[in-house]
Each structure stands twice: as structure tokens, then as C-alpha cells.
Design a protein around this ligand. Structure first.
Ligand SMILES: [Zn+2]
Length: 461
């Protein structure tokens, strides 16, 4: 990919710099993959590319802090909804070699929606990394490690399998050796023990040791489900965060997704250690308390589709609903102030700089500042549902959609230009992914006719 000299001119700039500077009519100059200058009426002689950003919001690319590839069984998962009867057996029909095609469609989705950086936790990360190196986006990639016998878990029995553990640990370490720092440093890897009920303490300790040895970070699902909470209580007599704290793996290099359940003590430990929370669902969370306590927080789409505007919208309304109902976890409640928080600007900060900080990437990405890598997106405001507006930020995140993002620059290269993806033939990638998914789902239905019947009754009604 050729490096470029790009001038983005006359946009409404949201810089996310330490002063939270907003420039109503500003320019960004990009040279050789990095931001050279940000300001008003920059004097740049003969830039190679000029983006006319008048009536556009210009901001750092989104940092999607936690996601998986689950979107490929869209139209089945959401209708059936039973992990053990549908999702788990269906996933068994995937083959590693199909995953590059699905990976490319996944990268297309991220880029279409302005996610220049995504954390992806996935079973076949090797094929996914190939897709990322082709697509040009930035990816923080992990192979999750769990060693529970999922068949037995169906009956509520936790049995931990040593062979499964060894294979998963090997896959995670191979991913580091094969891909870390790949495709011009856009691909970075991290370790991911799946969750405290799915991976035993030895896995967490081995991941931490490997991560320290190679300068990596560790991520995990944490306090995600009632099942996890009960199992960790049963095994260790503690909450999941207290379990990780006592194990010595909770520190500033750890991030935990969800924290659906948490006690005041859990959040104190998280605050004390500098661990980051990756906030994923539109559940009613104590987000404002986390922010006021200085806990690093990133936002992740996690689910079947990866639209950061939608995520911001839903999570903000979840937090607001909660704020009215309950008191805070950290004793920092101020009801009158709460009703206006988190603001859209705060949510936007979490979706960019906050995520970069939570993933330990804030020295390089997350804001529009000279010296940083040039990961920049522009929103076209010239749509009847966005203009007129007095405040483009509020409007974009209340009414905007991925299709409004017309330019996506990552590492100084255009990956979406004037609304079209440049590195991925979107039609070809999506049709290939469709054919792959049809093949997987057809074979599953063939061998599980009762599932086909159930799906047909739900899909056609
Ligand atoms: Zn997850």
C-alpha cells in the first residue's frame, strides 16, 4: 500500500487531544502514515490527495475494543437463541480454511463503519490475520483459550480437559509468533484466557507469563454471566474479579469484557490495579462511576453487527436508564449531574481515545494529534437526517449510520474513499461470505432436521 500525503480540509474536527479541542473549520495533514499537523487553514503545498471535508465531521477512527466473528450466523442465532442446541453445534461445521473469506467480509464491515482498529477474539485467528493484512485495517487479535468440555456443560457439568487446554494455548502462542507486528505493525496479538469459569488458574498464569515475556497484554471475559459467577464462587469462594486479583493476574495490562455483575469491592480492585473494562452490551451499567473512578474503559460491539454509532446510542441510553434507578457502586453519585451523563462527547471519547487507552495503544492512535498514526474517518453531514443541526456530534450519534462515513484512512492509506471500500471488493467479499455461510448452515440443517424445522417456523412467521 502506497504511503500518502493527504490534506483533509475544512472539516468539523473532533481531535480527542488532551485539551479535547474541537475545531469548527479545521484541517489535518497526513504524511507517510502519520498526522503531521492539525489546525486552522494549514498551508500545505501540493498535497498528493485533498479531501474536501466541508460539512463533514472529521475524527479519529473508531477503536472497537472487543468483538468476535459471530455475524456469520445472522438470521439463525437471533431467531434460535439456544447456545447448546444451535450455536455450539453450528459452529462445529466451520472449517478453518473458510475463515479467510469470512474474515474479509468482517474487515469490510469494520471499515464500512469506521472501525480502523478492532480487537477480535476468535477461534481461527490465523485466517483472520490474513484477511486483515489484505484489508489494511488495524487489528488487536487473540485466540481465546478455554478448556471446558462444552458437551458436558450442556448438562451443567464443568469438566476441564487438559488436551483441549494444551492445543488452545499452543494456538494462542503460535498466533503471536506468526503474526505479531505483521503487515506494517497493524496486526498485534494478545493473550485471552476466555473467562474465569472456562479457563483454570494455570491458564491465566501461563498467559500472564507469556505476555510479560513478549510485552503483550491479556484480555478476558469477566463477570459476564450468572453461570460464570456461580462456578467461580463454587470453585474459589470469590467473585470472578476477586479471584483474578488474588491470583495476581489483575493489573494495568489486563482488560476484562462485560463486568455485568460486580460488587463495590470488585470495582475497587479494578480501580486500584489499573485494569481496563471493555464495555460491550447495552445493559444498564455503572459506566459513569467507572469513568469518575478513573478506570480505563473501552467500548466493544461484541455481537452480530459492528456499528459503533448504534453502540454509543444504546449504551448511553442504558446508562441513563440505570442512573435514574440505582445508586453508584463507588459512592460517587451526584444525581443532578448524572442526568446529563455520559454525554455523547464522552461516549465518543470512549469509542476512540478511551478504547485506545484501554488497549494500551493510546501513544499511537485514538486522537488527531501530530505524530500519531493517521487513523481518521469523516462523516458526511449532508443528509436530511443530519442537517440542519446546531451540534453535529449529537446528531451524528443520535441519527447517523455507517453509510454516512465516506472516508476511512488507516495508517495513512485510504481504505474507504467517497463511500467505496478501496482494498476490498465489497460485492465479491460479501457474496463469498454468503456462499460460505449458506454451505455451513445447509450442512448443519441437513444433519439436524429438527433445528431446520424450528428455524423455518420462526423465520417465516
Ligand atoms: Zn465477548
Amino acid at each position: 500500500m502506497a504511503l500518502t500525503d493527504i490534506l483533509i480540509k475544512g472539516g468539523f474536527l473532533i481531535t480527542m487531544d488532551p485539551h479535547n479541542r474541537v475545531i469548527r473549520e479545521g484541517d489535518v495533514h497526513v504524511v507517510d502514515g502519520r498526522i503531521a499537523e492539525v489546525g486552522e487553514a494549514l498551508r500545505v503545498r501540493d498535497p498528493e490527495h485533498t479531501v474536501d471535508a466541508r460539512r463533514h465531521l472529521v475524527m479519529p477512527g473508531f477503536v472497537n475494543s472487543h468483538s468476535h466473528l459471530q455475524q456469520y450466523f445472522r438470521g439463525v442465532y437471533e431467531l434460535m437463541g439456544d447456545f447448546f442446541e444451535t450455536n455450539l453445534p453450528l459452529e462445529g461445521y466451520r472449517r478453518p480454511e473458510q475463515m479467510e473469506a469470512l474474515g474479509l467480509a468482517s474487515c469490510a464491515e469494520f471499515l464500512h463503519g469506521g472501525c480502523t482498529t478492532s480487537m477480535v477474539v476468535y477461534t481461527y485467528p490465523d485466517e483472520y490475520a490474513k484477511a486483515v493484512s489484505e484489508a489494511g485495517n488495524r487489528c488487536h487479535l487473540a485466540a481465546d483459550i478455554e478448556h471446558v468440555d462444552l458437551e458436558r456443560l450442556r448438562d451443567g457439568v464443568y469438566e476441564y480437559l487438559p488436551e483441549k487446554r494444551d492445543a488452545a494455548v499452543r494456538r494462542a502462542k503460535d498466533l503471536y509468533h506468526d503474526w505479531h507486528g505483521g503487515a506494517r505493525d497493524r496486526i498485534t496479538t494478545l493473550m485471552c484466557p476466555k473467562a474465569p469459569d472456562m479457563a483454570m488458574p494455570d491458564v491465566y498464569l501461563e498467559c500472564k507469563e507469556f505476555a510479560e515475556e513478549h510485552g503483550l497484554r491479556v484480555t478476558t471475559h469477566l463477570s459476564q454471566s450468572a453461570r460464570e459467577f456461580r462456578q467461580v464462587q463454587r470453585l474459589f469462594g470469590k467473585t470472578p474479579p476477586q479471584h483474578l486479583y488474588d491470583l495476581g493476574v489483575m493489573d494495568a495490562k489486563l482488560s476484562g469484557a462485560h463486568l455485568t455483575y460486580g460488587t463495590a469491592k470488585d470495582f475497587q480492585l479494578i480501580k486500584e490495579t489499573g485494569m481496563a473494562i471493555l464495555h460491550c452490551h447495552s445493559v444498564e451499567s455503572p459506566l459513569v462511576d467507572w469513568l469518575d473512578a478513573g478506570i480505563p474503559v473501552g467500548l466493544g460491539t461484541d455481537d452480530y453487527y459492528h456499528d459503533m454509532c448504534d453502540l454509543i446510542r444504546k449504551q448511553r441510553s442504558g446508562v441513563m436508564t440505570r442512573a435514574v434507578k440505582v445508586g453508584g457502586y463507588l459512592g460517587m453519585i451526584n444525581e443532578s449531574r448524572r442526568t446529563a451523563r455520559p454525554s455523547f462527547y464522552e461516549m465518543l471519547w470512549l469509542a476512540t481515545m478511551g478504547g485506545a487507552r484501554a488497549l494500551g495503544m493510546d501513544a499511537e492512535i485514538g486522537s488527531l494529534e501530530p505524530g500519531k498514526k493517521a487513523d481518521i474517518i469523516t462523516f458526511d453531514l449532508m443528509n436530511p437526517y443530519l442537517t440542519p443541526t446546531r451540534d453535529p456530534v449529537t446528531s451524528v450519534f443520535l441519527y447517523g449510520a455507517p453509510a454516512d462515513i465516506d472516508n476511512v484512512i488507516c495508517d495513512g492509506a485510504f481504505l474507504k474513499r467517497d463511500g467505496e471500500l478501496t482494498t476490498i471488493d465489497a460485492e465479491e467479499a460479501l457474496l463469498k461470505a454468503q456462499a460460505t455461510c449458506d454451505g455451513i448452515i445447509d450442512s448443519f440443517f441437513q444433519e439436524h432436521p429438527e433445528q431446520r424445522r424450528m428455524w423455518e417456523s420462526k423465520a417465516t412467521r
